[in-house]
Design a protein around this ligand. Structure first.
Ligand code: PMP
Length: 304
């Protein structure tokens, strides 16, 4: 398990992680009523930098809005200041992940979300990937992705991750690294905590944003880069069997980086090795995070 750093931001101050606690009677604990985001902070030549921080902040606000957590009203400037303060307090000097959450801290309000006290928490942990980086083996989950009309995947809400836990544990129990989630019609959604891309005949294909997926910030980055480079890109419904015949399959997300998938339901992809397009995106993505990709510096927010 990744190491968690000892200082946390909680209730507008930096305190020891062990003291940053929510009540067992809070809606956050009782119903999973927290929304969150995780973003990478990486070491660049010019100091520490966060990847696409405004987009992470916006998605956090959007998640709160979808769930109806309307008392969350921290500005981007306050959010950035909190992240900077926390990074400094923990003397961060390498690549880490930062998890920022908004919790409904009110005690026993019942099953509702509006007009209730919220608390922002932030903590930092080592940037350890959640799936193998040299070729993950995945299986189709026996569990289906929660549809937008039940619990929206677009909102990154803690309680909804029970769905991901069921699916990933099923995959691990069966000897795989992660799962492929299908929606209730049988189309491909994503992995337990990463988006999915396939390459067929040089074209890049990924499930569209109305496919019960989280609108991943790395997914968006890959689409932007691919389009800028003149690649043919399709955001559309994806059949499971397209994964079986794809030239390349890869996962992308903050905690998985760009990870080649080498096996889907026992069908070996690209002879079990990383394909050229996956390799290109993986290298570029790592370079962007570390400020080594000319032209992409605008995606980084300096934290010094
Ligand atoms: N889908 C799910 C379900 C996730 O939890 C994540 C990780 N946040 C992603 C996709 C990838 O999103 P991002 O690129 O913003 O990390």
């Amino acid at each position: 398990m990744a190491r968690v750093y000892e200082k946390a931001y909680f209730g507008k101050e930096i305190i020891p992680l062990g003291e940053a606690n929510l009540s067992i009677a809070s809606s956050a604990v009782l119903y999973g009523l927290s929304v969150y985001t995780v973003f990478p902070v990486s070491k660049t030549e010019k100091g520490l930098a966060a990847f696409r921080l405004p987009e992470h902040y916006k998605r956090l606000c959007d998640s709160a809005r979808i769930i109806g957590m309307d008392s969350f009203a921290i500005s981007y400037e306050e959010f950035l200041a909190a992240v900077k303060e926390l990074v400094k307090a923990n003397a961060i000097d390498g690549d880490v992940f930062v998890r920022a959450s908004v919790h409904i801290a009110a005690q026993l309000p019942g099953t509702r979300s509006r007009n209730l006290e919220t608390t922002l928490s932030i903590f930092i942990y080592d940037a350890t990937p959640i799936i193998p980086q040299d070729g993950a083996r995945v299986k189709t989950s026996v569990w289906r992705r929660v549809p937008d009309f039940s619990i929206p995947s677009r909102a990154k809400v803690n309680g909804a991750y029970v769905n991901s836990v069921l699916a990933r544990q099923d995959a691990i129990d069966s000897g795989y690294d992660d799962c492929i989630f299908l929606d209730f019609t049988g189309h491909v959604c994503e992995l337990s905590a990463a988006n999915i891309f396939i390459v067929r005949d040089g074209k890049l294909i990924t499930p569209h944003t109305a496919s019960d997926i989280l609108e991943g910030i790395n997914r968006r980055t890959i689409l932007e880069i691919a389009r800028a480079q003149g690649m043919t890109v399709h955001e559309r419904s994806v059949d499971l069997t397209e994964l079986y015949v794809a030239d390349e399959v890869f996962a992308c997300g903050t905690s998985s980086f760009i990870a080649p998938i080498k096996e889907v339901d026992k069908r070996v992809v690209n002879g079990g090795t990383i394909g050229p397009i996956t390799a290109k995106f993986r290298t570029l993505h790592a370079d962007i995070l570390h400020g080594k990709a000319p032209g992409f510096e605008g995606l980084l927010t300096p934290l010094a």
